[in-house]
Design a protein around this ligand. Structure first.
Ligand code: FES
Ligand code: FES
Length: 164
Protein backbone atom coordinates (compact mmCIF):
# COMPACT_ATOMS: atom_id res chain seq x y z
CA UNK A 1 0.00 0.00 0.00
CA UNK A 2 1.26 3.47 -0.89
CA UNK A 3 -0.15 6.97 -1.10
CA UNK A 4 0.92 8.99 -4.11
CA UNK A 5 -0.07 12.40 -5.41
CA UNK A 6 -0.41 12.40 -9.17
CA UNK A 7 -1.28 15.59 -11.03
CA UNK A 8 -2.43 17.14 -7.78
CA UNK A 9 -4.71 14.28 -6.74
CA UNK A 10 -3.78 11.93 -3.87
CA UNK A 11 -4.30 8.21 -4.46
CA UNK A 12 -3.90 5.23 -2.17
CA UNK A 13 -2.76 2.24 -4.20
CA UNK A 14 -2.40 -1.46 -3.42
CA UNK A 15 1.08 -1.79 -4.90
CA UNK A 16 4.01 -3.16 -2.90
CA UNK A 17 6.55 -0.46 -2.00
CA UNK A 18 9.09 -1.70 -4.57
CA UNK A 19 6.63 -1.68 -7.47
CA UNK A 20 7.85 0.59 -10.27
CA UNK A 21 5.93 3.86 -10.40
CA UNK A 22 5.21 3.18 -14.09
CA UNK A 23 3.20 0.06 -13.22
CA UNK A 24 1.20 1.98 -10.62
CA UNK A 25 0.43 4.75 -13.09
CA UNK A 26 -0.62 2.45 -15.90
CA UNK A 27 -2.11 -0.57 -14.12
CA UNK A 28 -3.69 0.91 -11.02
CA UNK A 29 -4.46 4.50 -11.95
CA UNK A 30 -5.07 3.97 -15.68
CA UNK A 31 -2.81 6.89 -16.56
CA UNK A 32 -1.42 5.47 -19.78
CA UNK A 33 0.58 8.37 -21.21
CA UNK A 34 3.87 7.14 -19.73
CA UNK A 35 4.97 4.12 -21.78
CA UNK A 36 6.87 0.93 -21.08
CA UNK A 37 9.78 0.78 -23.52
CA UNK A 38 12.84 -0.92 -22.08
CA UNK A 39 12.05 -1.12 -18.37
CA UNK A 40 15.73 -0.44 -17.73
CA UNK A 41 16.09 3.32 -17.71
CA UNK A 42 17.53 3.32 -21.22
CA UNK A 43 14.86 4.73 -23.55
CA UNK A 44 12.95 7.50 -21.77
CA UNK A 45 9.45 6.37 -22.79
CA UNK A 46 8.31 6.17 -19.16
CA UNK A 47 9.51 9.63 -18.09
CA UNK A 48 7.41 11.65 -15.64
CA UNK A 49 8.20 14.68 -13.48
CA UNK A 50 8.74 14.42 -9.73
CA UNK A 51 8.94 17.82 -8.10
CA UNK A 52 10.45 19.45 -11.15
CA UNK A 53 12.86 16.65 -12.09
CA UNK A 54 12.34 14.27 -15.02
CA UNK A 55 12.70 10.67 -13.84
CA UNK A 56 12.38 7.22 -15.36
CA UNK A 57 9.24 5.80 -13.76
CA UNK A 58 10.13 2.26 -14.86
CA UNK A 59 13.04 2.11 -12.40
CA UNK A 60 11.58 4.28 -9.64
CA UNK A 61 9.94 2.33 -6.79
CA UNK A 62 6.63 3.84 -5.83
CA UNK A 63 7.79 4.21 -2.23
CA UNK A 64 10.34 6.82 -3.37
CA UNK A 65 7.64 9.20 -4.56
CA UNK A 66 5.37 8.97 -1.52
CA UNK A 67 4.71 12.50 -0.30
CA UNK A 68 6.17 14.03 -3.48
CA UNK A 69 4.28 15.67 -6.33
CA UNK A 70 4.26 13.56 -9.49
CA UNK A 71 3.22 15.03 -12.84
CA UNK A 72 2.39 12.94 -15.88
CA UNK A 73 1.51 14.06 -19.38
CA UNK A 74 -2.17 13.90 -18.40
CA UNK A 75 -1.44 16.70 -15.93
CA UNK A 76 -0.11 19.20 -18.49
CA UNK A 77 -3.30 20.05 -20.31
CA UNK A 78 -6.41 18.68 -21.93
CA UNK A 79 -7.54 17.96 -25.47
CA UNK A 80 -9.66 21.12 -25.27
CA UNK A 81 -6.98 23.19 -23.58
CA UNK A 82 -3.51 21.84 -24.37
CA UNK A 83 -0.44 23.25 -22.67
CA UNK A 84 2.00 25.37 -24.67
CA UNK A 85 4.26 22.34 -25.08
CA UNK A 86 1.44 20.04 -26.16
CA UNK A 87 0.24 22.64 -28.69
CA UNK A 88 3.78 23.02 -30.04
CA UNK A 89 4.06 19.25 -30.59
CA UNK A 90 0.73 19.35 -32.46
CA UNK A 91 1.77 22.36 -34.52
CA UNK A 92 5.06 20.73 -35.50
CA UNK A 93 3.40 17.33 -36.07
CA UNK A 94 6.21 15.95 -33.95
CA UNK A 95 4.76 12.48 -33.41
CA UNK A 96 4.94 9.63 -35.86
CA UNK A 97 3.93 6.47 -33.97
CA UNK A 98 3.89 8.59 -30.80
CA UNK A 99 5.33 6.00 -28.45
CA UNK A 100 8.32 8.06 -27.35
CA UNK A 101 6.49 11.38 -27.28
CA UNK A 102 5.04 11.48 -23.73
CA UNK A 103 8.47 10.85 -22.27
CA UNK A 104 10.10 13.42 -24.54
CA UNK A 105 7.47 15.96 -23.56
CA UNK A 106 7.85 15.41 -19.85
CA UNK A 107 11.61 15.88 -19.95
CA UNK A 108 11.15 18.97 -22.12
CA UNK A 109 8.52 20.29 -19.71
CA UNK A 110 10.88 19.92 -16.76
CA UNK A 111 13.61 21.67 -18.75
CA UNK A 112 11.38 24.59 -19.73
CA UNK A 113 10.15 24.95 -16.17
CA UNK A 114 13.76 25.22 -15.01
CA UNK A 115 14.96 27.41 -17.85
CA UNK A 116 12.50 28.95 -20.33
CA UNK A 117 15.44 30.73 -22.04
CA UNK A 118 16.94 27.43 -23.10
CA UNK A 119 19.32 27.17 -26.06
CA UNK A 120 19.00 24.64 -28.89
CA UNK A 121 22.17 22.96 -27.61
CA UNK A 122 20.71 22.62 -24.13
CA UNK A 123 17.53 21.08 -25.58
CA UNK A 124 19.58 18.52 -27.52
CA UNK A 125 21.70 17.66 -24.50
CA UNK A 126 18.69 17.32 -22.21
CA UNK A 127 16.83 15.02 -24.60
CA UNK A 128 19.89 12.83 -25.11
CA UNK A 129 18.59 9.96 -22.87
CA UNK A 130 15.50 9.57 -25.08
CA UNK A 131 15.16 7.26 -28.06
CA UNK A 132 12.78 7.73 -30.99
CA UNK A 133 12.63 4.68 -33.22
CA UNK A 134 10.66 6.61 -35.85
CA UNK A 135 13.41 9.18 -36.25
CA UNK A 136 11.32 12.32 -35.77
CA UNK A 137 14.04 13.93 -33.70
CA UNK A 138 14.15 17.13 -35.72
CA UNK A 139 10.42 17.70 -35.39
CA UNK A 140 10.62 17.02 -31.67
CA UNK A 141 13.44 19.54 -31.29
CA UNK A 142 11.48 22.09 -33.30
CA UNK A 143 8.41 21.56 -31.14
CA UNK A 144 10.38 22.19 -27.96
CA UNK A 145 11.97 25.27 -29.55
CA UNK A 146 8.51 26.50 -30.50
CA UNK A 147 7.19 26.00 -26.99
CA UNK A 148 10.23 27.76 -25.49
CA UNK A 149 9.74 30.69 -27.85
CA UNK A 150 6.06 30.83 -27.00
CA UNK A 151 6.81 30.85 -23.31
CA UNK A 152 9.39 33.57 -23.84
CA UNK A 153 6.70 35.63 -25.58
CA UNK A 154 8.37 35.59 -28.99
CA UNK A 155 6.09 35.93 -31.99
CA UNK A 156 7.98 33.84 -34.52
CA UNK A 157 8.98 30.31 -33.53
CA UNK A 158 12.38 29.49 -34.96
CA UNK A 159 13.07 26.06 -36.44
CA UNK A 160 16.02 23.90 -35.50
CA UNK A 161 16.61 22.51 -38.95
CA UNK A 162 14.96 21.23 -42.10
CA UNK A 163 11.74 19.28 -41.87
CA UNK A 164 12.17 15.54 -41.46
S1 FES B 1 10.81 2.25 -20.15
FE1 FES B 1 11.74 3.49 -18.67
S2 FES B 1 13.57 4.20 -19.61
FE2 FES B 1 12.72 2.77 -21.04
S1 FES C 1 7.47 8.88 -32.80
FE1 FES C 1 7.64 6.70 -32.90
S2 FES C 1 9.21 6.23 -31.46
FE2 FES C 1 9.20 8.39 -31.55
Amino acid sequence: MATVTINGTPHTVEAAPDTPLLYVLRNELKLNAAKFGCGLGQCGACTVIVEGEAIFSCITPVELVEGRAVTTLEGLGTREKPSALQQAFIDEQAAQCGYCIPGMMMRAQALLQRNPQVSDRQIREELEPHLCRCGTHMRILRAIRRAANHLAGQANPVGTGGRS
